[in-house]
Design a protein around this ligand. Structure first.
Ligand code: ATR
Length: 271
């Protein structure tokens, strides 16, 4: 019976066990997906032991997403570029393969929920420069975005991303976030602002075109203040829950041999 799971600290809030558990049942696969709290000082030991205990791979969440890169034997280009991994595969030869599927999940969610979205239609505007933003930036550049604007409260983090991801990036000051939206075809909130219990994201939307697609990585609530305001202006909006579902699919397929479907039923089990 193949075993997989998710490691992090804390881990109790993770929705991944519900999602993978649903897919295992749905496809009649005998396997288990287990949430495991792991402290940073135990990470290396856990990664050595689990493959010997029947595990075929893991999802990795905070605070281990960066540290696993140094412990993996093979790191995909996109995980290296993003500087973090969320999916590990324990290969039969004993090697640990590390990948990052967050960017894939981000794009797959947009393709599923906004089939008319054209990344090349105009500049993309990314708000935030944390780990999640790095995956979004990498995937947007991969999808053919010609100009990618980025802003962050801590400006140096956006400048760091520009220095790594290159010439198509334009850094905006946090105070100029509203100006960044002018002419943008794609707008992404990759900060934690707008999450239940946090302040809303306060960016003036006057310059936002109704042609723009607006999406938020925050999914609690599903309709964030940003998405609600953008929808009111006539924009197409896509919530962030689908990214969580889609980023999980490649790992499930690699571990359990079945490509899982991201549909309304999968959405309901994680809500
Ligand atoms: P993640 O991996 O989820 O992206 P992170 O690396 O901690 O987490 O990044 C969180 C993002 O939300 C950052 O862009 C952060 O801005 P800073 O780099 O300036 O910290 C942003 N963020 C969090 N709280 C914020 C706040 N109160 N105001 C503005 N930005 C905030």
């Amino acid at each position: 019976v193949p075993l997989a799971g998710v490691i992090g600290m804390p881990i109790a809030h993770s929705r991944s066990p519900r999602l993978h558990g649903h897919w295992l049942r749905r496809y009649g696969i005998e396997g288990h997906y287990i949430p495991m709290p792991v402290m940073p000082e135990h990470l290396a030991e856990v990664l050595r032991i689990l493959p010997r205990a029947g595990f075929v791979g893991l999802n990795v969440t905070i605070p281990h997403k960066e540290a696993v890169l140094a412990l993996a034997d093979v790191v995909t280009d996109r995980a290296a570029l993003i500087g973090a991994a969320n999916t590990l595969i324990f290969r039969p030869d004993g090697k640990i393969h590390a990948d990052n599927t967050d960017g894939y999940g981000f794009i797959a969610n947009l393709r599923q929920n906004a089939p008319d979205w054209d990344p090349a239609a105009g500049p993309a505007a990314v708000i935030g420069a944390g780990g999640a933003a790095r995956a979004v930036v990498a995937s947007l550049l991969d999808s053919g975005v010609k100009e990618l604007r980025i802003t962050n409260r801590t400006r140096i983090r956006s400048e760091q991303i520009k220095s790594e991801f290159g010439a198509r990036l334009v850094v905006y000051d946090w105070a100029q976030a509203g100006n960044m939206l002018e002419g943008a075809a794609t707008v992404v909130n990759a900060t934690s602002l707008g999450m239940t219990g946090k302040q809303p994201l306060r960016v003036p939307l006057d310059a936002l075109s109704p042609q723009a697609l607006v999406t938020d990585l925050v999914y609690t609530p599903l309709m964030t203040p940003l998405l609600a305001q953008a929808q009111e202006r006539g924009c197409k909006v896509v919530d962030g829950l689908g990214m969580l579902l889609h980023q999980a699919a490649p790992g499930f397929e690699r571990w359990f041999g079945q490509r899982p479907e991201v549909d309304d039923e999968a959405r309901r089990v994680v809500l």
